[in-house]
Design a protein around this ligand. Structure first.
Ligand SMILES: NC(=O)C1=CN([C@@H]2O[C@H](COP(=O)(O)OP(=O)(O)OC[C@H]3O[C@@H](n4cnc5c(N)ncnc54)[C@H](O)[C@@H]3O)[C@@H](O)[C@H]2O)C=CC1
Ligand SMILES: CCCCC/C=C\C=C\C(=O)C/C=C\C/C=C\CCCC(=O)O
Length: 269
């Protein structure tokens, strides 16, 4: 996909990974709508990016991805302003093992809602022009991150939901590719503020283990992950794929074609 004059929407784009996704889209010629609950940071970023990449290339909208009314309203405003939506990145996410219902609502509910709203606007079988959706999971969407079981569950949910929806999109001729980004640890607030009680909840006693896991995997910078994000946006051959991002590169995860092909040990009943 050539990004020149395409219109993208990035949730949780005011800082961290989302901000780097916004910037790489702008560098490649797209216009970008940023959605975030952090109004001051979002407005500040919009001004900075419009100075750097040209007036009106970036717009900021305050919205919570858990609110159908707010999120739907933003899609409508983006279409009114830019005339179309071609790329959607469902990136907003938190770690909160204390208020785990909130974590599920944002990390999984927000991705489901954002995917459905994106399809409503983009699917070719309903008059749209097609496009691409990137849902941000994590390596914790493919294997367990022990100190964060609910976060792990939400990210596994994003992987399962996205793979199923990618299949639906193909079967229904939506003309929309839907892929999953699975980064390892990245240098953002999510990692640096992790050990607070709010984030860790009942797993505070596993703090030492967390430090060991972080050391083992290493921590990446956001611009490294943004390069992998761009692959999922641009590569027209990829649909329903999960791209893992490690400190030393990226690789597509190989899912067995069907569950019956998973490696298994037989049990006699
Ligand atoms: N930092 C890391 O090590 C990794 C992060 N991820 C995922 O990447 C995504 C982005 O995370 P980071 O940039 O690290 O976090 P971050 O905390 O730096 O940025 C997240 C942004 O999302 C916004 N946000 C939170 N709740 C929201 C809501 N309900 N509606 C709209 N916006 C909301 C925040 O205001 C913030 O600007 C998350 O889904 C996270 O799970 C995945 C793998 C590793
Ligand atoms: C140990 C917790 C430290 C800080 C957690 C903060 C942010 C984490 C964000 C993530 O999305 C997790 C990123 C990578 C997970 C790494 C490994 C999980 C998979 C384990 C496996 O190899 O099976």
């Amino acid at each position: 996909m050539d990004l020149e004059d395409k219109v993208a929407l990035v949730t949780g784009g005011a800082q961290g990974l989302g901000r780097s996704f916004v910037e790489i889209l702008l560098k490649n010629g797209a216009k970008v709508a940023i959605i975030d609950v952090n109004e001051s940071l979002g407005n500040e970023l919009k001004v900075t990016l419009n100075q750097e990449y040209g007036p009106d290339r970036t717009e900021f909208y305050t919205a919570d991805v858990t609110s159908e009314e707010q999120f739907k309203g933003v899609f409508q405003k983006v279409v009114e302003k830019y005339g179309q939506i071609d790329i959607v990145c469902n990136n907003a996410g938190i770690i909160n093992e204390n208020d785990w219902e909130k974590a599920i609502a944002i990390n999984l509910g927000g991705v489901v809602r954002g995917t459905y709203l994106a399809l409503d606007h983009m699917k070719k079988d309903k008059g749209g022009k097609g496009g691409v959706i990137v849902n941000v999971a994590s390596l914790a969407g493919l294997g367990p991150l022990f100190p964060t079981p609910v976060y792990t569950a939400t990210k596994h949910g994003v992987v399962g939901f996205t793979r199923a929806m990618a299949g639906v999109s193909t079967l229904a001729n939506h003309g929309v590719r839907i892929n999953i980004l699975c980064p390892g640890f990245v240098n953002t607030n999510l990692v640096t503020l992790f050990s607070s009680e709010e984030h860790v909840g009942r797993f505070l006693h596993l703090r030492n283990l967390s430090e060991k896991i972080l050391e083992q995997y290493g921590v990446m910078e956001t611009d490294h992950v943004a390069k992998a994000f761009l692959v999922l946006v641009k590569d027209e051959t990829k649909n329903g794929e999960a791209l893992m991002v490690h400190v030393d590169g990226a690789a597509f995860y190989s899912f067995p074609k069907q569950v019956k092909d998973f490696p298994s040990t037989k049990v006699n009943l």
